[in-house]
Design a protein around this ligand. Structure first.
Ligand SMILES: C[S@@+](CC[C@H](N)C(=O)[O-])C[C@H]1O[C@@H](n2cnc3c(N)ncnc32)[C@H](O)[C@@H]1O
Length: 291
C-alpha cells in the first residue's frame, strides 16, 4: 500500500523515519523522496541477514542506514545513529517477495526438498523442522490451531508425531505438505492450499511474530515523538487484532484510521499477495494530554 504509506507518513513532514521491516526497501525508497533534499534520515531494520548483505553490496542514499535485527531493537538502532526519537515509523509485517521466491528458505511450496526452516533469521532460534521434532503432540496441535486457525490441527499434529516414530520425522517442505494433504480435505473452490494455514502457524511460532509485534507496540510510544505517526500493515486477523487493540487501549495513541485501509483493486491485480493487507495508522498524542 505504497501510496497510503507515503500519504499518512509524508503528511507530517518527518525528519527521522524508521522502516522496521526494510525487506526489498520499496517503502524506504518512496519515503526517502518525502524527506527534504539532503536532510533527514531513514533507519531501516530487518531480521533477515540476506537483506543487510544486499544493502551493503549496493550503492544507496547516504540518508539511509539499515541494521540487521528485529524491529524490537528500534530504540537501540536510534541510539546507534545518535537520534533520540523517530517522527514516523512503518512496520510492513510478514514475508517479502524475495523470501517467498527463494526456494531454499522453506517459505514456498515450490522446491519441496528444501529444509523446513521458516525463520526470517536462519542463524537464530529453531527451524520449524527442529520445533516439530521437539514439541509434544498437543503443543503442536494448539500452535497450528491458534496461529493458523486450522480446524484439522489435531489430525495434523497426530500425523506429525506418528511420522517421528515411524520414519525420520518431518524435515522438509515436502514432508509437511504431504502430512497436510493427507489430513486436510481440499477446500470447496480449491482456493487455498491444504498446507497454507499450517505453514503460517509454524512461521509465526518459530519467529515469535506476535510476541515481537506486541512488545514493539508497547514500547513504541516511548520512541515516537509527540505528533509522530506509526503505520502498520498486517496480513492476517491475528496481527490486525493486536494492532487494533493496542492502538485503541493505549491513551498515548490517537487512531487516525477508524477502519483499516485496504489495497485498491488495481494494487491487488498487480500484486495478488496484497489482497489480505490491512493498514492502520496512529498518532502519538502530546504528553500533556496523556498525564
Ligand atoms: C513484507 S516484507 C517488507 C517489504 C518492504 N516494506 C518493502 O517495501 O520491500 C517484511 C519484511 O519484514 C522482515 N521481518 C519480519 N519480522 C521482523 C522483525 N521482527 N523485525 C525486523 N524485520 C522483520 C522480513 O524479514 C521481511 O523482509
Amino acid at each position: 500500500m505504497p501510496d497510503e504509506i507515503v500519504h499518512w507518513l509524508g503528511e507530517i513532514s518527518p525528519n527521522v523515519i524508521v522502516d522496521g521491516t526494510y525487506g526489498g526497501g520499496g517503502h524506504s525508497r518512496l519515503l526517502l523522496k518525502q524527506l527534504p533534499p539532503e536532510q533527514g534520515q531513514i533507519i531501516g531494520l530487518d531480521r533477515d541477514p540476506a537483506v543487510s548483505e544486499r544493502v551493503e553490496s549496493e550503492e544507496h542514499d547516504r540518508r539511509l542506514t539499515v541494521f540487521l535485527g528485529s524491529y524490537e531493537k528500534i530504540p537501540k538502532a536510534l541510539a546507534a545513529v545518535d537520534v533520540p526519537m523517530a517522527d514516523a515509523a512503518l512496520l510492513d509485517l510478514g514475508l517479502s517477495s524475495d523470501q517467498l521466491a527463494d526456494p531454499n528458505r522453506g517459505f514456498s511450496f515450490t522446491k519441496t526438498s528444501a529444509e523446513l526452516d521458516l525463520r526470517f533469521d536462519p542463524e537464530s532460534g529453531q527451524s520449524a523442522a527442529q520445533w516439530l521434532a521437539w514439541h509434544k503432540e498437543d503443543e503442536i496441535a494448539n500452535a497450528i490451531y491458534q496461529y493458523g486457525e486450522e480446524r484439522y490441527s489435531r489430525r495434523i499434529a497426530r500425523e506429525i508425531v506418528a511420522r517421528r516414530r515411524r520414519e525420520d520425522g518431518v524435515k522438509t517442505v515436502e514432508d509437511l505438505v504431504d502430512v497436510c494433504r493427507r489430513c486436510v480435505p481440499r477446500s470447496k473452490n480449491h482456493d487455498i492450499h491444504p498446507a497454507t494455514r499450517t505453514f503460517q502457524a509454524l512461521r509465526i511460532v518459530v519467529n515469535d511474530e506476535l510476541g515481537a509485534l506486541e512488545r514493539t507496540l508497547q514500547s513504541a510510544p516511548d520512541w515516537i515523538s509527540e505528533n509522530g505517526r506509526l503505520a502498520i500493515i498486517s496480513f492476517h486477523s491475528l496481527e490486525d487484532r493486536i494492532v487494533k487493540n493496542a492502538f485503541r487501549d493505549d491513551p498515548r495513541w490517537n487512531v487516525l484510521t477508524k477502519k483499516p485501509l485496504r489495497p485498491s483493486e488495481e494494487e491487488i491485480q498487480q500484486n495478488p499477495r496484497s489482497r489480505s493487507a490491512k493498514l492502520r495508522v496512529a498518532e502519538r498524542v502530546q504528553q500533556s494530554n496523556t498525564t
